[in-house]
Every structure is written in C-alpha cells, then in structure tokens.
Design a protein around this ligand. Structure first.
Ligand SMILES: *Cc1c(COP(=O)(O)O)cnc(C)c1O
Length: 227
C-alpha cells in the first residue's frame, strides 16, 4: 500500500470532518476523489481504502479507466467541460454529470441515456465570480431549467455544482460559496434536490462552512496530476 497516498487521503478526510463539525447542521459530506490525469493504480489503491466516488474530466481517458476498472463498484462522475459531440459517451459511461450548463446538453443526454439504464444524475453548473469563470448558467437560467425538469425523463436533477473564481482569501471564498448556497436554496423550492457540489483542494473549508454536501478533491488526495 502506498503510504503517502493513504496519508493524504486520511488528512483530506480529517479536514472534511473537522470543517463539518464546525457547521450548525453537520450532515454527511460526500468526498469525490478527482482522478483526472492520475494513474489507474492510484484509483485502485484508494478503492481498496474504501473510496467509491471518482471524478474525471477528459472523456477518452475516462472511458479507458472505466472499462479497465469495470469489475469495481465505482460511481463515476463526469466533471469536465462538455462538448456536445461527447454527450453520448457521458450518457453511456457515467452515473453522474456535474458540469451541465445548457438545455441543449440536457436534451441530448436525456435522449442518449439508454432506457435500461438508471436515470443519469445531473448537477447544473452555476457561474459565479466574474469573467474568468466563463462556464456555467446564470441563476435565472438555472432556475428556469429546474422548472422544466419533467421534460427529461431519463435524467434526475440532483442539485448544483460550481467552480468559483480561485482566490486564497477565505472571506472571498465564502462570499462566492454563499451565492451558490442561496441559489441552491431557491432550487429546493422548485424541485427536490439534495446535492450542493462545491469545494476543491484549496477551498473545501469555506465550501463546507456554506453548506456544501460534496467536495471534489484532486491534488490534495493524489498529489500532482501526472498523465
Ligand atoms: C480538477 C477539478 C477538481 C479538483 O481540483 P483540485 O484543486 O486538484 O482538488 C475539482 N472540480 C473540478 C470541476 C475539476 O475540474
């Protein structure tokens, strides 16, 4: 077993748990291990330590890994930018997609999800924090999609994902995550959603303080991306 991987993994879990204890209503926080550009062996090692949720951003790399690890009980999340000519692979291989930012993508994913598969779990990506975060929906766009959720019978809209503009200042991290939390609460008034995916290696504490239910951690679990 790779000790440094195990140490990193445990230290991230400890950070998540202690941040969670500082909130008023500590519920379970899902930990997504972001394995993009990380070798297969490390995914297997983490799996053997009990990790089940993994996130990938590059379609071909993801398909290779998913096929090679098909014997393992892994829940795969697609978290990268989506080109519309790749939606059929996402619909086929993944159980969650976190980076959906248009009705067009929802329509394609809904059509391409096979009827004998479970509903594909969807998080709508909210745009926060200025110009350099180009991707994502505005809050009004996102809420209007929620109102149309019944049109997508092969999809299950589970909540919101966001990648705020990077900053190392805690109060600025929190200000952006508060916006996400607020939009998430507005979503909950329209449909039953349970997942607020926010927080990465450098800002998971602020995200959890603002009600995150899922953090997505790459570097602080795996170390530098290598592939
Ligand atoms: C790469 C990535 C992460 C993980 O980032 P780290 O800083 O390595 O923890 C989380 N979310 C998304 C959407 C990513 O693309």
């Amino acid at each position: 077993m790779n000790m440094s991987l195990e140490k990193r993994f445990n230290s991230v879990k400890n950070r998540v748990n202690s941040s969670n204890q500082n909130t008023d209503n500590s519920s379970i926080i899902d930990l997504l291990a972001v394995s993009k550009k990380q070798p297969l062996e490390k995914i297997v090692q983490l799996y053997n330590m009990g990790q089940r949720m993994f996130g990938e951003s590059y379609i071909q790399e993801a398909i290779d890994k998913i096929e090679q690890l098909s014997d393992l009980d892994i829940q795969w999340h697609y978290i990268g930018p989506i080109q519309s000519n790749k939606t059929k692979y996402i619909a086929q291989y993944f159980s969650w997609v976190q980076s959906v930012d248009s009705v067009k993508l929802l329509t394609r994913l809904n059509r391409q999800r096979a009827v004998d598969q479970k509903q594909l779990n969807i998080l709508l990506q909210l745009k926060v924090g200025g110009e350099d975060s180009k991707r994502g929906l505005s809050a009004p766009e996102l809420l209007s999609i929620c109102a149309k959720h019944a049109e997508f019978e092969h999809l299950s809209i589970r909540g919101l994902m966001s990648i705020p503009a990077p900053t190392s200042i805690y109060s600025e991290q929190k200000a952006q995550f508060k916006i996400c939390q607020n939009v998430f609460q507005q979503m909950q008034e329209i449909i039953a959603v349970d997942t607020l995916s926010m927080g990465m290696s450098s800002d998971l504490e602020a995200a959890i303080a603002c009600g995150s239910t899922m953090v997505r951690i790459g570097t602080d679990i795996f170390g530098k991306r290598v592939l």
